[in-house]
Design a protein around this ligand. Structure first.
Ligand code: NAD
Ligand code: UFG
Length: 338
């Protein structure tokens, strides 16, 4: 398991995972088309870790480019982050999502099969649980997609289950992420959305730095303690370490297995706003508006299976999530585009 191909390694979660993989001694090849990221993130990954990685700017749907990578490097495993992730865009442009995420993964898996690389860790999402009937969410809960983005994750999961059944050499770990937030403690890498953020944490951070005026809180009348939505926010460094655990586990466990990566603890939007304002020592102006269609009231993981089987659990609490997000945002007010 020495050499790992990281698809989408220049992105938010990918860049943090590259740091942890390099620190652990893995050699890395990153493939990314930079459609939602900046190559500068990879320079910073190398700065933080004091190690180098090889970067190939290519699209995972480019079969020839992938063949070239698998021919040139002796890849042992793939950690597959590359994908589009904006829920609203996926509703407006479903074909873009099916092509990029599903077709992209099929092209990647074909290249892997051709070169006899059968180990993959896949970035799935809590979105595959749809609107869960009860909480906390366990891995054996029924799966459902509520939008095209979620459907791409579900289809890719099913492809990996089918592959595992077809050939026992395939070993896949599906990591179902809850809500990744935070940034590396160096403040050198973090989340840098291209447009106005869809997600809560980067939105709050951009309000605090003055790039956005005010947060709109989507709904104050949910059946939650303070009426605002509750989510399982997980520090991206903890999440990144979950991939190390998955890679060690993959060698021991044939077949396809899914794990929740979450903390098991839910926080409301108002709790997040308050905690961020305290960490940044800045007010975060907000107003409560109508609910966002498709949002669940609450969503949080049962992380017990990952603890038992992977020996992994999240360690960083809310305060660190906020401090690290603020360090990244205040040191890089315009993200990577300085
Ligand atoms: P991100 O957009 O920051 O990173 C994705 C990376 O993939 C980007 O660098 C992008 O340029 C690259 N990419 C996209 N399509 C590509 C293609 N066809 N070929 C090559 N590169 C391509 O997103 P992220 O937050 O780091 O998410 C990583 C993965 O985790 C995604 O698959 C996402 O769906 C999944 N995920 C993210 C969240 C979240 O809230 N951030 C939650 C659950 C799951
Ligand atoms: N929220 C606001 N205002 C905003 C943005 C979000 O009030 O401007 C609220 C939402 O209503 C929700 C909470 O903040 O209650 C979190 O919202 P996010 O958009 O940050 O995250 P979601 O839980 O809606 O979804 C995210 C990803 C999905 C993924 C899911 C589970 O966007 O792709 O986590 O992993 F599927």
């Amino acid at each position: 398991m020495k050499t790992v191909l990281v698809t989408g390694g220049a992105g938010f979660i990918g860049s943090h995972t590259c740091v942890e993989l390099l620190n652990e001694g893995y050699d890395l090849v990153v493939v990314d088309n930079l459609c939602n990221s900046d190559a500068c993130a990879l320079d910073r990954v190398q700065e933080i870790s004091g190690r180098t990685l090889d970067f190939v700017r290519a699209d995972i749907r480019d079969s020839a480019a992938l063949n070239d990578i698998f021919s040139r490097y002796s890849i042992n495993a793939v950690v597959h982050f590359a994908g589009l992730k904006a829920v609203g865009e996926s509703v407006a442009e479903p074909l873009k999502y099916f092509d990029n995420n599903v077709n992209g993964t099929v092209v990647l898996l074909q290249a892997m099969q051709r070169h006899e690389v059968f180990n993959i860790v896949f970035s799935s999402s809590a979105t595959v649980y749809g609107d869960p009937a009860s909480l906390p969410i366990k891995e054996d809960f029924p799966l459902a997609a509520v939008n095209p983005y979620g459907r791409t994750k579900l289809i890719i999961e099913q492809i990996l289950f089918d592959l595992g059944k077809s050939d026992s050499r395939w070993q896949s770990v599906l990591l179902r992420y809850f809500n990744p937030v935070g940034a590396h403690p160096s403040g050198l890498i973090g989340e840098d959305p291209n447009d106005i953020p869809n997600n809560l944490m980067p939105f709050i951070a951009q309000v605090a730095i003055g790039r956005l005026q005010e947060l709109s809180i989507y709904g104050g009348d949910y059946a939650t303690p303070d009426g605002t939505g509750v989510r399982d926010y997980i520090h991206v460094v903890d999440l990144a370490k979950g991939h190390l655990a998955a890679l060690s586990h993959i060698v021991q466990t044939p077949g396809t297995v899914a794990y929740n990566l979450g903390t098991g603890q839910g926080y409301s939007v108002l709790e997040m706003v308050k905690a961020f304002a305290a960490a940044a020592d800045k007010p975060v102006p907000y107003k409560i508006v109508a609910r966002r269609p498709g949002d669940a009231a609450q969503c949080y993981a049962d992380p017990a299976l990952a603890a038992e089987k992977l020996g992994w659990r999240a360690e960083l609490g809310l305060e660190r999530m906020m401090e690290d997000t603020w360090r990244w945002q205040s040191q890089n007010p315009q993200g990577y585009r300085q």
